[in-house]
Design a protein around this ligand. Structure first.
Ligand code: FES
Ligand SMILES: [Fe+2]
Length: 419
């Protein structure tokens, strides 16, 4: 029952109980940085389309470590910790740009685009005095290099030497999702950023939780984007750490929706939109999926919500706060009609989105209440407490248990039955 920490207990082997403590304990947070983010995982860094030319760079992250990803003069992509090897200054302070090399502001050490130290001012001192000792070897003082791999133009990085190849890590269903969403050249449409005062895992739980989507988000239920009465499901990888969630547009009749939501205040048939174009779904993929989303453990979410396309990158900041970076894109060959739909529907998502705002707020409300929860647990039993398998229903929390199972494996926690 004890999970390696006197006060952190996982009383159910099926992961149907999650200790609230895991969301605010600073020791858990530190362990996560080491075992999850700097552990054998691939973290999303950027899209290749954001750094198309030699010298293009973006600052991104692996966990709470700032990382620079850039395209070298040879066209290859490199990444390294954004921390000067001299005395630890943030090396690159801009979100994006183009540079032939990177120079630290403090003492102007200069690094090439692969992170190698190439210049140390006054290395030999001045007037025969000072300078570095003769033993100082620039080759031993490069930036901490991040191993990089890309799939379909999506760039991931890992700090762990033993992380499995990216394609294996993603597994077949996730690669198929990326094959589809990145089936042709993309164009970046814009960015949003927000800080959410909640633990990052509350957001990851939310992304693995189809059950909330037609209940918390009244807008999309009332105006026909999504409801828990629809046909939908969850597809996971072999480890059950990633998840694709989808629903089929129009797969629930009005009567089914009314019956499903009877006794709740979620579905209000009396409300209509003066301009319904914000919820008008153009089925550009021909699969009827107005919602088709994917999480890749531990820090990214790919979104197809109606016609919006985006990535959401999670950056933990502390046990009780994380940042969310939204990158919106379309295809270079978008018709004007589809492009208009994408831009209009952006109003559904982002920090103030008619749908997405509530996900952040739900996390905040949980975070607020759990501090007084002592050594108690949340309950994950929707969909049953049996094996963690693909789901063909929206009314399930099984994929959340998949997330926790993998998390516990990495963290060295051993969920046990209280018997
Ligand atoms: S800390 Fe960067 S050059 Fe000194
Ligand atoms: Fe949500």
């Amino acid at each position: 029952m004890n999970a390696g920490n006197g006060t952190l207990t996982w009383p159910a082997a099926d992961l149907s109980r999650v200790p609230y403590r895991v969301f605010f304990d600073p020791a858990v947070y530190e362990r996560e940085q080491a075992r999850v983010f700097r552990g054998p995982t691939w973290c999303y860094l950027a899209l290749e389309a954001e750094i198309p030319d030699p010298g293009d760079y973006r600052t991104t992250c692996i966990g709470d470590t700032s990382v620079v990803v850039n395209r070298g003069l040879d066209g290859r992509i490199h990444a390294f910790a954004n921390r000067c090897a001299h005395r630890g200054t943030t090396l690159v302070r801009h979100l994006s740009g183009n540079a032939r090399s990177h120079t630290c502001i403090y003492h102007h050490w200069n690094y090439d685009l692969e992170g190698n130290l190439q210049g140390v001012p006054f290395q030999r001192g001045a007037k025969g005095k000072g300078g570095m000792p003769a033993s100082f070897d620039k080759r031993a003082h490069g930036l901490f290099k991040v191993r990089v791999a890309a799939y379909r133009g999506v760039v991931f990085g890992t700090m762990h030497p033993a992380t499995e190849p990216l394609e294996d890590y993603l597994d077949r269903p996730m690669r198929a999702y990326l094959d589809e969403i990145f089936c042709k050249p993309i164009e970046i449409l814009g960015y949003m950023r927000q800080v959410i005062p909640a633990n990052w895992k509350l957001y990851f739980e939310n992304l693995h939780d189809p059950y909330h989507a037609g209940l918390l988000h009244q807008f999309q239920t009332t105006f026909g984007i999504f409801s828990n009465s629809q046909r939908g499901g969850s597809i996971m990888d072999k480890e059950r750490r990633h998840r694709i969630g989808y629903s089929i547009h129009g797969s629930a009749s009005e009567d089914e929706t009314k019956a499903g939501y009877a006794g709740t205040t979620v579905y209000n048939e009396a409300l209509t939109l003066e301009d319904p174009s914000i919820v008008a779904f153009i089925d550009e993929m021909g699969d009827g999926k107005a919602v088709n989303m994917m999480t890749v453990f531990p820090a990214v979410f790919f979104q197809r919500l109606t016609n919006t396309l985006a990535t959401r990158r999670i950056r933990p900041k502390s046990p009780t706060a994380f940042e969310l970076y939204w990158t919106f894109f379309g295809y270079t060959d978008d018709s004007p009609e589809v492009r208009r739909a994408r831009l209009r529907q952006v109003n559904l998502v982002g920090p103030g989105g008619l749908v997405s705002m509530e996900d952040g707020e739900a996390g905040v409300q949980v975070q607020r209440a759990m501090a007084g929860g002592g050594n108690t647990h949340s309950v994950l039993e929707m969909g049953g407490t049996g094996p963690i398998e693909d789901q063909d229903t929206i009314n399930t929390e099984v994929p959340i248990r998949g997330f926790w199972r993998h998390y516990c494996t990495l963290m060295g926690y051993r969920p046990e039955s209280t018997g």
